[in-house]
Design a binder for this molecule. Sequence first.
Ligand code: FAD
Ligand code: UDP
Length: 384
Amino acid sequence: MCDVVIVGAGLAGAVSARKLAEMQKKVLVLEKRDTIAGNAYDCLDENGVRIHVYGPHIFHTNHQGVYEFLCRFCNMVPYEHRVLGRIDSKLVPIPFNFQSLEILLPEKADDLKQRLLTAFPNTSKISILTLLDHSDKELKKLGEFIFEKVFVHYTAKQWGIPISEVDTSVINRVPVVLGYDDRYFQDTYQCMPENGYTELIREMLNHPNITVELSCDATKRLCVNESNQILFDGNTWEKPVIYTGAIDELFSYRYGSLPYRSLRFSFESFEQDYFQAAAVVNYPNEEDFTRITEFKHFTGLRPEGSTTIVKEYPLMYDKTNPEADIPYYPIDQLENKKLYRRYLEDVECCSQLYLCGRLAEYRYYNMDAVVESALRLVEKIKKG
Ligand code: FAD
Ligand code: UDP
């Protein structure tokens, strides 16, 4: 017997579960995988390196409330993420900054830096799209150079479509920096949970009012019938359900499948302290993969003498292919949003069905936005 059913033990599910449990609600969390933490799942590999199984996760936020909430469940260790890009056989900081400019265009660098500072006073970063459109011919040419070397091919690889078809909000996640700040993120809080995300989420779920069932595909126990009523174990269910999985799956794909981008991860270990100079090296151009992550940079030199890396190969999501059946990224395009909205209309007819998280809300959320969304949702449920 429970008061709320939550589908998914990722961040969205765990944050909602904890907040509701603290309001004396009995919460049942159903998780398809045999692990908690969703795509933030991490563990130690055979060499004792903490690896992020579903891709590198770095916590960053400007939201003090979100940071403080997570700090209740772990010790957060300050960590500033730095990324290099291999461009024309050289390693340069990404986001593209003044140092990248000096390495790749040494003869023009002084003039271009001056032009940038004059054109964009009191600004520390700009969108690449602003440069592309600039009236100063030299800055426009610089924009075209950066666009071609950093964005065009990486984006085509990552999304499987030309950059012109990718939503500008996606490209604008990575700015052009007007200075020497070489951090990947500029947020106030940048950190990693000392013992990993899985431990953080385990601690969050560790509450007497929370029961977690692993290896349980909720769509086998819970469904929405044609009258948009929720059935749970065959009976009408009128209490709240928080759903954090893919929305098209919950509705048995009644309007068709929503597109997602998937990834193949290729892990390799080496008997040496470090493999590369930064936690992440992006390969925008020649290679089939987009980036290599070396996990030890997240934790310092721990352990000595061995290191593990992962290469990311983007691919189209296909629920029938076990090599590509994890929906990692919603694809932010107009027609997909339209299809999502059709599902949303049905959700609105199901009283007590609440959506939360990257898949259920079909949004390119970072972890902090997911936590914020879950905290907001619980407040909404509380108000009734
Ligand atoms: P998920 O983590 O996907 O959790 C959903 C859970 O629901 C999963 O465990 C799934 O198995 C379960 N589920 C789904 N369907 C069912 C079902 N039918 N029955 C039972 N269970 C079900 N964010 C950052 O802030 N910083 C980063 O550096 C960062 N890096 C990323 C790198 C990659 C490669 C990717 C793909 C994402 C990254 N993110 C990052 C985003 C981050 O992963 C998400 O914002 C966050 O983990 C989403 O949490 P969630 O709970 O919404 O979804
Ligand atoms: N991007 C790019 N080149 C890079 C890094 C990022 O073109 O070297 C673009 C690409 O379209 C990518 C988007 O910026 O999908 C967002 O990058 P981010 O690093 O935020 O992606 P994530 O870590 O979420 O995969």
